[in-house]
Design a protein around this ligand. Structure first.
Ligand SMILES: Nc1nc2c(c(=O)[nH]1)N[C@H]1C(S)=C(S)[C@@H](COP(=O)(O)O)O[C@H]1N2
Ligand SMILES: [Mo]
Length: 199
């Protein structure tokens, strides 16, 4: 029986914070990977956006580095119930990458080295909500956390933030990714506790 479900009082410095329902405060940085960590050299890495019409736009590692970068400080929430506050990332906004793309698609499938996939509404990747992140805490993003580069979509449960991302497939109709097919929620809003299909 779970009586207190509407938020947990944790501490961030001297400020009280409220975590999403059912989450606890984690001070370490757990690694959650469904398979082995792919070893991808930055020189071999590239990112591709494929439109619903099949047009492809590629960025090499060097091309990504040449785009405007942002430092991002955000809270992250894993569906296995840990939340980590104030994580510091460096990356390129999806707004920058999508500015090169002409699309009427409503959904995106993120693809990763190793075959992991996850689906999101394209709108959730716009308006300062999502990044291709390659730095963490002032250092290059470590392989176990998705380096050379991963998706960062902190307003959704962290399984949507595909590690070792290779690109986005833009889609007119929604399809489910790896965890979504296994019964996780299609959208995954931590504040509405959308863990599993039907939540
Ligand atoms: N490619 C890939 N991305 C992934 C995963 C994965 O198994 N493979 N796990 C997801 C899950 S469930 C979480 S909570 C976060 C974990 O990121 P971390 O290992 O950096 O904490 O990555 C997400 N992205
Ligand atoms: Mo997760």
């Amino acid at each position: 029986m779970n009586i207190i479900t509407r938020g947990f009082r944790g501490r961030r410095g001297d400020d009280d914070v409220t975590l999403p329902p059912g989450q606890y405060l984690e001070r370490g940085f757990p690694v959650l990977s469904a398979g082995p960590t792919p070893q991808v050299a930055p020189g071999a890495w590239s990112f591709t956006i494929t439109t619903e019409g099949g047009e492809k736009h590629h960025w090499s590692w060097m091309e990504l580095q040449a785009l405007p970068r942002e430092d991002i400080t955000v809270d992250i929430h894993c569906v296995t119930k840990w939340s980590k506050l104030g994580t510091r990332w460096t990356g390129v906004s999806l707004d920058v990458l999508l500015s090169f793309i002409d699309t009427g698609a409503s959904y995106a499938m993120a693809h990763s080295y190793g075959g992991y996939t996850t689906n999101l509404p394209l709108a959730d990747l716009r308006d300062g909500q999502a990044w291709v992140a390659y730095g963490y805490d002032g250092q290059p993003l470590r392989p176990e956390h998705g380096g050379p580069a991963r998706l960062l979509v902190p307003h959704l449960y962290f399984w949507k933030s595909a590690k070792w991302v290779t690109g986005l497939e833009l889609m007119t109709t929604d399809r489910q990714g790896f965890w979504e097919r296994a019964g996780y929620h299609d959208y995954g809003d931590p504040w509405r506790e959308q863990r599993y299909a039907g939540d």
